[in-house]
Every structure is written in C-alpha cells, then in structure tokens.
Design a protein around this ligand. Structure first.
Ligand SMILES: [Zn+2]
Ligand SMILES: [Zn+2]
Length: 433
C-alpha cells in the first residue's frame, strides 16, 4: 500500500520537499539542485539512491570513462544513456536529446544497425520526440525499434507491447484515437500473456486504453479500465519501489480525475489530483511536465467552480513551469494559454481572452500544423469570444476555419465538436447577412 503525504502540508510553489522524510522548505540541496534535504542525516541516507539520479555525479563518471576508453566506447554510450534518462525524467528535454543522439551514434558504431541496444536508443529518442511534439520523427524511430526488437526477441515479447503503447501515444497526440486503441489493445494482450494478472505492465496498458476510451466519449469503459489500473497499482506498489511504478499510479490517478472532471464531478476529481501531484513531485521534482499537467487540471477545477482568481493564479505560475520544461513553442504552452483565456472569459475580460486565444493559435499551428483538431477547437473558442465582443464578421471567419479543419480531419474525436461548430456557424451567418 502506498503512503501518500498530505498535500496540505506543502506550499504550491517550489516546496523544497526533503527526499527522505518529506519535510517542506528543506534547507539543503545536492549540487545538482534537484534533491532537497532537511539535514545531513537524510542526505546521507538517500545518497545510494540519489547517485543514480544525480546529473552532476553521472556526468563526472561519464567523463572518467571517456578519458579512459575514448568517446566511441560502448560504456561511454551507457553513461550518456543514464544521464539522458535523468534529464528527461526532470523535463529537460533538449539536454536529454543531446545524450540520446550520442547513445544512438555510439551503439550503431559499436554494434551495427540491428542490435538491441540500437532499438533501445531509438525508443528513448522516439519518446523524447513525442514529448516535444515532433510526431513524424517519433513514429519513425519507434517503428525502427519495433522492427529490430521483433526480429530478435519475437512478436510477443513484452518489449513489443511497450513499443506498441508508445506508438499508440503518438497516434493519440495526433488525434487518431481508433488507431491508438488498436495498438494499445494489442499491447494489453501481450502483457497479459507475459505477466498474468497483477503487474505494472498490465496496469500501464490498462490506463492507456482507459484514457483513449475517454477521448472517444465511452466514459463507462474509461472509468472501469482506469480504476482497475489504480487498484492493481495500489496492490503491487510499495513506497520503496521503483519510481516508475509510483509515476504510473500517479498517472492513472490523474487520468481518472480527468474523466470525473469532464463529467463535472469536481469533488471526486480533486483528491485524486492531490494524490497524483504529491507523487509526481516526489518522483520527478516540482519543475516536471507531469506536475504542470496536474496543476493545469486543478486550476481548471477552480475555474469550473467559478473560483476564477484562484484558477488564474495557478495557471499563471504553471505556464512558467511549462515554458521552462518544454520551451515556448510546445503545444502545452498553447493549452495553458487557452485555459487562461477561458478564465478571462469567465471574468468577462474579453479583450484579454482574445489576446490569449490569438497567441495560443499561433503557437499551436507552429507546433502541430494548421489542420489539427486542437487548432480547430481553439478557432471555435476564439469565434465565441469574438461574437461576444460584438465582432460577428471576425467570429464568422474563425468559425469557418474551425469548420474547414473538422470537415477534412480524419480523426475520431471531431464528430461532436463539428456539430457545435456547425451550430455556431449557422448563428453567425444569419447575423452577418
Ligand atoms: Zn528529511
Ligand atoms: Zn544530485
């Protein structure tokens, strides 16, 4: 059973939580600046665990190996991979990209193009490009990894399931939900075959599928799968376990919260978010994208309750966090701006809202292209704002653009959205003519 410290004891911003005893505002920090301690005892106790996560220490070790063996040696590659994993875990994607590219280069050089280590390097880099919104390159790398792994390990190996889930995630980000469900279902089948009932990997496939069914609007199936995953993770996870397991539990908690929230059940969603937040902060640190994601959802709940000031404050600190972690041009920045715009709409500050809609659309188009469902939704929201400001012509233009995208989009979540857009389009055309 997982022990989850109380959120109420932690301030929202930079809580400096001791890695060992969870004391907030801890004074001491490791030279890597990513681990806080209340004192020397906790720091010493934590070192054997932290040194595997400490970029400063890992970089020192990599440099020693490089001096001894030269820059192309397999062991230097392994050392780069460890640093890359830590950088990515902490949301420093560009630093991680540099490491993973070096790993791929070294592995291809020392093992040839069809070695398992090359597949692993492709998968790490592919996941990274997915987080950065570079879906084309991400898919290509995952397919290369999948090809190598199924050739060497067979079609039903658990690593194939992991790759299929990664590919499902990319399809999901692109809006191809049915295609994503197909891949994730295959993955679940392989994992059940490999592990039987209770296992982290089965749980990971379940929570992915739950999330996808939610996107399709199949709430019952979504709740069922996500809850099954949470129960399973609570049974198999203990506090001393691998960070990935805790992260998986937090992820499922956050998914279930989103499902509740979309149905307006804020009171059920809120405590799930709190639990997820505490776990993500402990595992990834306060600056990580997962923390930003949960805070984004919690701010949305404030908004839903009409607590606009609280919502706005949270979104504003959060967008800084997202910009630091992912850069200014990531689609998450745009989603945060859209949420801020919605809060301004709630407060009746339409001019401010419109400026955020414009900025968000600009970023989104650069991040995912002009024909993405997310862009269409942003155009639709802007159209509603423009209409309320008394600019029906501008609103009509925005609404037409949303309609154009939804009509030609071959994705699975656009049906309901298109109906809403068509309704507004009718109203605006009548207003303008
Ligand atoms: Zn402590
Ligand atoms: Zn450190």
């Amino acid at each position: 059973m997982t022990v989850i410290p109380k959120l109420a004891e932690q301030p929202m911003e930079n809580p400096r939580i001791c890695c060992v005893c969870a004391t907030a505002q801890s004074e001491f920090t490791c030279p890597c600046q990513r681990a806080f301690y209340c004192g020397l005892n906790c720091q010493t106790a934590h070192w054997t665990k932290h040194k595997k996560q400490c970029v400063v220490d890992l970089t020192k070790k990599m440099k020693v190996l490089r001096n001894v063996h030269g820059k192309d040696h397999a062991r230097v590659g392994e050392a780069h991979a460890k640093i890359g994993d830590v950088e990515e875990r902490h949301g420093r994607h560009l630093a991680a990209e540099k490491c993973y590219k070096e790993v791929l280069r070294i592995n291809q050089l020392t093992h040839g193009d069809t070695h398992l280590s090359v597949a692993n390097a492709c998968i790490s880099l592919g996941n990274l490009y997915n987080s950065l919104g570079n879906y084309g390159q991400a898919l290509e790398l995952h397919h290369t990894g999948l090809r190598i792994n199924s050739h060497i390990l067979g079609e039903r190996h658990e690593s194939i399931a992991v790759s299929l889930l990664n590919i499902a995630n990319i399809y999901k980000a692109q809006g191809h939900v049915h295609r994503a469900i197909e891949q994730a279902s295959k993955a679940l089948e392989i994992q059940r075959e490999a592990w039987g009932g209770d296992h982290q990997h089965v749980a990971a496939a379940l929570t992915n599928l739950g999330n996808l069914y939610n996107l399709l609007g199949d709430t019952a199936k979504a709740v069922e799968m996500t809850s099954a995953c949470i129960d399973m993770m609570r049974r198999v996870t203990t506090l001393g376990d691998d960070d990935d397991d805790h992260s998986l539990l937090a992820n499922s908690l956050s998914c279930l919260a989103c499902i509740h929230m979309e149905r307006g059940f804020v009171d059920e969603a809120w405590p799930l978010c709190e639990q997820a937040l505490v776990i993500f902060r402990r595992v990834h640190g306060d600056k990580h994208g997962t923390v930003a994601m949960v805070l984004h959802n919690m701010a949305g709940m404030h908004s839903f309750r009409g607590e606009f000031d609280k919502a706005l404050m949270m979104h504003k600190t959060n967008i800084k966090r997202i910009r630091r972690a992912l850069g200014n041009n990531h689609q998450d920045v745009a989603h945060s701006l859209l949420a801020i715009a919605r809060v301004y709409m709630g407060q009746g500050k339409k001019v401010k809202a419109l400026a955020r809609y414009d900025e968000a659309i600009h970023i989104l188009i650069r991040a995912v292209g002009s024909d993405h469902g997310g862009v269409a939704l942003a155009h639709y929201s802007r159209a509603r704002c423009q209409r309320e400001m008394g600019h029906p012509e501008a609103a009509l233009e925005s609404c037409r653009e949303a309609h154009r995208i939804y009509t030609q989009l071959d994705v699975d979540i656009s049906h309901n959205a298109r109906q809403k857009v068509e309704k507004l389009l009718g109203v605006l055309e009548a207003l303008v003519s």
